[in-house]
Design a protein around this ligand. Structure first.
Ligand code: ADP
Ligand code: TRP
Length: 321
């Protein structure tokens, strides 16, 4: 089964991204055919500084390799290295009614939050459809906010197939209900747009400072504390095994320790969890030529799948003579 994921290179990765999507993607490499790319064209909708986007793209590649993306088992590339996606985007535009895009939640939400209402933000779902359809993707694991985009890809592909024959595989979205929403330091959904994130690869001092800012209830030190609704506990439990979790619950119930103690513990747990990945990250950070080679290898693998499909599209649409 071919599973495709795109990750925008629009900011630093946080533990919400990790437990909400990256971990599943990395773990699924053993039992599915993973196609994963860094969506740097999509990131242009929110990052306009070119130098920054280039750097974010390299950093995202380094992060994913460090976290276990295996370029041999999987196909891992940067979106802009397979330019056929832009060609397909245009071909699909001829099968995309304006009304379909006008109903897009993401465009409405993002412009409501203050992003400029540019055409690239509006037509974003068509490029995403091209990402999906160019590689005969079968399954697209997404968060709930992206379901509509996969539906749009299905609609566009079906319209195209109705006119030109079965060129595209019709993709399906997959939402993993076991993946809970990771809370941020203020208890809302962790998101870079809310400024409430704990980053995966931040500096140690900065991480500690962030963890200390986690919002908790004021309860006297000696009193027992509730763990169920505690933001510190709800983040910590993502990292702990059942035994460690029981021990932490006992510490809450026992009293005699304040939230400050639990925060220090959480900081250590996060720092240790990512230690081996951080070491791998340092390696790639200082071997960026190797990273570029890996990405070029990935782009070549991806293009091999894309070429016969784009060729059929050119034939069907008359972009040949
Ligand atoms: P952000 O909200 O920080 O901008 P993105 O929208 O770029 O994050 O999300 C990238 C991926 O990470 C998506 O698959 C999304 O579902 C997942 N994700 C982001 N934040 C969380 C969270 N707090 N809990 C669970 N998954 C998340
Ligand atoms: N829109 C996705 C997001 O914001 C990123 C993305 C771009 C994507 N192209 C894709 C995801 C294709 C899945 C498939 O998270």
């Amino acid at each position: 089964m071919r599973v495709l994921t795109g990750i925008q290179s629009s900011g630093d990765l946080h533990i919400g991204n990790y437990f909400g999507s990256i971990k599943q993607m990395i773990d699924s490499q053993d039992n599915s055919e993973v196609f994963a790319f860094i969506a740097n064209y999509h990131a242009m909708t929110s990052v306009s500084d070119g130098e920054r986007l280039a750097s974010l793209t390299m950093q995202a590649a380094i992060d994913f390799l460090a976290l276990g993306m295996d370029p041999q088992k999987s196909t891992f590339w940067v979106q802009s290295d397979v330019k056929e996606v832009l060609e397909l985007y245009w071909a699909l535009s001829a099968f995309t009614p304006m009304g379909l895009l006008e109903r897009g939640h993401s465009y409405k939400d993002k412009t409501a939050k203050g992003l400029a209402s540019q055409h690239n933000l509006f037509s974003y779902p068509v490029l995403m459809a091209a990402d999906i359809l160019l590689f005969n993707s079968e399954v697209i694991p997404v968060g709930k906010d992206q379901i509509q985009h996969v539906e749009m890809a299905r609609d566009i592909a079906t319209k195209f197939n109705n006119q030109h024959g079965d060129i595209f595989v019709i993709p399906e979205h997959r939402v993993d209900d076991n993946v809970a929403t990771v809370p941020g330091i203020d208890g809302q959904k962790m998101s870079k747009s809310y400024g409430n994130t704990i980053n995966i690869f931040g500096e140690e001092k900065k991480q500690l400072k962030t963890v200390k800012k986690i919002v908790t209830e004021a309860v006297p030190l000696e009193e027992p504390k509730e763990f169920e609704n505690c933001n510190v506990y709800n983040i910590a439990r993502l990292f702990l095994n059942p035994q460690e979790l029981t021990e932490l619950q006992q510490r809450y119930r026992r009293g005699g320790e304040g939230h400050g103690h639990f925060k220090l513990y959480l900081h250590d747990v996060i720092w240790e969890y990512f230690r081996p990945y951080r070491e791998k990250r340092e390696y790639f950070e200082s071997h960026q030529d190797e990273v570029r080679e890996i990405l070029a290898f990935g782009a070549a693998k991806a293009r091999k799948v894309a070429l016969p499909i784009i060729e059929k599209v050119r034939e069907a649409t008359g972009i040949t003579y």
